[in-house]
Design a protein around this ligand. Structure first.
Ligand SMILES: Cc1ncc(COP(=O)(O)O)c(C=O)c1O
Length: 367
């Protein structure tokens, strides 16, 4: 069978590095036999889902025998109003992951090139590799996108440039002046994807949203999600905003019912839940201040973040630190698969989770 797969499968699939997701709580419970576990590994919302979304979902359960609206009519209208755009500028997907994949399936040929930062969110490399594209990973400079080097990497074959803003795993952003200069120099036929999965957490007044460039640049695509601040990761729903012709091209290859009924209902209600949104921002802001203070007292370096996670230097091999944290019920992400073998990425939690993370880290590092 192995020979059969080698012979018959597309060769590109053997170039893929498998995605390492944050360990699920249930798996850790089973493996380690501990009950009291906190997951600070996947940048989920520590307040849980929007209560308005939960209520709407409960009320919709009796309708799940019918197919969802394939065009997401109500959600598209609501989002368009919310974002002050036209409905034909919107794509909805089974998480923004699906939209990132649909985008390369629509635009990327084998031998085309895509450019992204390193380290950054792994989905760009994953999806482009499936299509047989050449991936150009441009190292971060001081944990930030090196836009000059990314511009230098553009060639005739370049199809897409990804800007993860704020960047996962570092939490850094590109300033408005940098972004203005960059956009002015990117050729018009190279797509620029602004992945803004975490933009609702940004506090810096210097943040340049992709939406601000849509008017002037038809090659801009903004990708966002309901998984993070809206707390709907389990439902799988995200959206992209782009020029109507880009949207129409991607729609050609989209499955008829790619956004399930509950995801549409949950997202619609969550958009009304400004109370949950601002509570989520507050808990993140306060958690960030607390964690910064504690890390400074412990003498640990960290990258100041504009997102809901912190990339920090444990000062030693991250693997034993990760395992010790895990054995005490605290799940984080290791930095080694991001090329930073002494770092870990921790999601900013609620006060209780943050305190437990710090206390456990102090025990392990003996500081
Ligand atoms: C930068 C970034 N983009 C996109 C995603 C995927 O989000 P979704 O749950 O909408 O697929 C994530 C998830 O962690 C992410 O970190």
């Amino acid at each position: 069978m192995q020979d059969f797969i080698k012979r018959q499968a597309r060769p590109q699939i053997f170039n893929l590095k498998p995605y390492t997701p944050g360990k699920p709580v249930e798996e850790v419970k089973r493996e380690l036999g501990i009950e009291d576990i906190i997951k600070m590994a996947s940048n989920e919302n520590p307040l849980g889902p929007s209560p308005l979304a939960v209520q709407a979902l409960k009320e919709s359960l009796d309708s799940i025998h019918v197919y969802p609206d394939g065009n997401c009519f109500y959600l598209k209208h609501k989002l368009a109003e919310f974002l002050d755009i036209q409905t034909n500028q919107l794509l909805l997907g089974n998480g923004s992951d699906e939209l990132l994949k649909l985008l390369v399936e629509t635009f990327v040929n084998p031998q085309d090139e895509v450019i992204f930062a390193s380290p950054t969110f792994s989905e760009y490399e994953f999806t482009a590799t499936i299509m047989g594209a050449k991936c150009i990973a441009v190292p971060l400079l001081n944990f930030k996108h090196d836009l000059t080097a990314m511009l230098d990497a553009i060639r005739e074959q370049t199809k897409i440039i990804y800007l993860c803003n704020p960047n996962n795993p570092t939490g850094t952003i590109v300033s408005r002046a940098e972004m203005d200069g960059f956009m002015a120099q990117v050729p018009g036929d190279v797509l620029v994807v602004f992945d803004e999965a975490y933009f609702e957490y940004v506090e810096s007044p210097d943040f340049a949203q992709g939406m601000d460039y849509l008017q002037d640049y038809s090659n801009v695509i903004v990708s966002r999600t309901f998984s993070k601040i809206y707390g709907l990761a389990g439902l799988r729903i995200g959206y992209m905003v782009a020029h109507p012709e880009i949207v129409a091209a991607v729609e050609r290859i989209t499955e008829p019912f790619n956004v399930n009924l509950l995801a549409q209902v949950g997202a619609l209600a969550a958009l009304d839940d400004s109370k949950h949104l601002s509570a989520s921002q507050t808990v993140n802001r306060e958690g960030k201040v607390y964690l910064y203070r504690q890390l400074e007292q412990m003498g640990l370096k960290y990258v100041p973040t504009e997102a809901n996670f912190i990339f920090l230097d444990t000062g030693q091999d991250c693997q034993p630190v990760f395992r010790e944290l895990l054995s005490r019920g605290v799940i984080v992400r290791t930095g080694d698969n991001f090329g930073f073998p002494t770092y870990i990425r921790v999601t900013i939690g609620n006060p209780e989770q943050n305190q437990r993370f710090i206390k456990t880290l102090q025990e392990i590092l003996k500081i």
